[in-house]
Design a protein around this ligand. Structure first.
Ligand SMILES: Nc1ncnc2c1ncn2[C@@H]1O[C@H](COP(=O)(O)O)[C@@H](OP(=O)(O)O)[C@H]1O
Ligand SMILES: [Mg+2]
Ligand SMILES: [Mg+2]
Ligand SMILES: [Mg+2]
Length: 347
């Protein structure tokens, strides 16, 4: 089956959501960063992006009924005292949609915005078609003015068949190699992948045609680069890298931009073990995983098994997520096994 219509809708939705997020990031104040019940940060961009993607997908794909599983909920926005924040989100969504000619004249109330966000309550699963959205992935990076992503994927019968990811602050050139800082870098990339058709990247701004991307062909681990999350160092990552003979220090960036960077060969390995037994959400990996695998990479858990997106909002997987190239997978898994044994970690 071809997913041309779905891909076009997803690219439009994600591009508009990225535009909204860039507007917010330009003027974001610390006082505008809210804290959710799990103590993680959330901003007008997280809510606004989810509303935009929900509204655009619904309009572009009608009369098909949208099933959307997305990160944000409206509980806090519906509480007393949130009226000003909600008004500002509604204005953002309106202005963003108005920048797209075909949506220019649509009226939009705060209730429409709340309902659009609430459409993200699907439970996903192994039957039927479900869109999976992380409206702002890497909110901490977004708040610092650094890397973040808007990640949207389509699950069909429990498998990811399409992924689109905007990385508004990712350079078009490598994020890992030192570039000449005397020249302004071009920032903003849109990645997309459809099952069996490869992964493409295009600039978020302008009309340049998409380019097919592939993972690195480098097999020399001494020269390999590895990526990890920004927020805190995970000791086992260092031990795995040492066993592999990797010389360079890890490159730490927020969000699924790590998957995107690896898919175009910026780095060979992305390791994601957690300290606290945090359960992984499917929206943190759905778009990134197909963007990597369609570019010739592999995404698996510490036992080498592929990730399972068919069990609702949480990923069903064993300890650790490993993203690398097909050639390096056996070597990385061997180093992972040895490091886990040394640290008495169970699969
Ligand atoms: N303690 C923790 N361990 C692992 N992942 C966590 C975490 N707390 C939050 N996360 C998830 O990690 C995502 C960010 O990934 P990364 O660390 O690669 O930037 C967050 O996405 P959001 O920013 O969308 O909430 C959140 O879902
Ligand atoms: Mg996320
Ligand atoms: Mg998020
Ligand atoms: Mg979040």
């Amino acid at each position: 089956m071809s997913y041309e219509k779905e891909l076009a809708a997803a690219k439009k939705a994600v591009s508009l959501a990225a535009r909204l997020s860039q507007e917010v990031q330009k003027t974001l104040l610390q006082s505008q960063v809210w804290t959710k019940s799990d103590r993680s940060p959330v901003t007008a961009a997280d809510y606004g992006s989810q509303a935009v993607v929900s509204l655009v997908l619904e309009r572009e794909l009608q009369p098909v009924k949208l099933s959307l599983l997305a990160e944000e909920e409206t509980g806090d926005l519906r509480k007393k005292g949130s009226e000003v924040f909600l008004e500002s989100i509604t204005k953002l969504v309106k202005d963003t949609l108005a920048s797209e000619e075909s949506y220019a004249s649509s009226p939009l109330s705060t209730e429409d915005v709340l309902n659009a966000i609430d459409r993200g309550k699907s439970e996903g699963g192994c039957r039927g078609c479900h869109w999976v959205l992380d409206p702002i992935d890497g909110t901490r990076g977004f708040v610092r003015g650094e890397q973040y992503a808007v990640g949207l994927a389509l699950l069909v019968e429990g498998k990811v068949v399409l992924g689109v990811m905007a990385c508004p602050n990712l350079p078009l050139a490598s994020v890992v190699c030192e570039t000449d800082k005397s020249f302004p870098e071009t920032l903003g990339c849109l990645f997309f992948a459809t099952t069996g058709l490869g992964t493409y990247m295009e600039p978020l701004q302008g009309n340049s045609p998409p380019q097919k991307v592939r993972v690195s062909s480098n097999e020399n681990l001494e020269e390999a680069k590895f990526l990890e999350s920004y927020h805190r160092p995970i000791p086992i990552h260092g031990s795995i890298a040492e066993k592999l003979g990797i010389k360079a220090l890890p490159v730490r960036i927020d969000s699924q931009a790590k998957y995107a960077a690896l898919s175009r060969g910026d780095a060979e390995i992305y390791l994601r073990f957690t300290l606290s037994g945090h359960r992984e959400y499917i929206w943190d990996h759905a778009a990134g995983s197909i963007i990597t695998t369609e570019a010739g990479g592999v995404v698996c858990d510490a036992t080498g098994e592929s990730l399972d997106f068919s069990n609702g909002k949480y990923l069903a997987h064993k300890t650790g997520i490993i993203v690398t190239t097909k050639k390096l997978k056996p070597l990385v898994l061997k180093a992972v096994r040895e490091s886990m044994e040394e640290e008495n970690l169970q699969f």
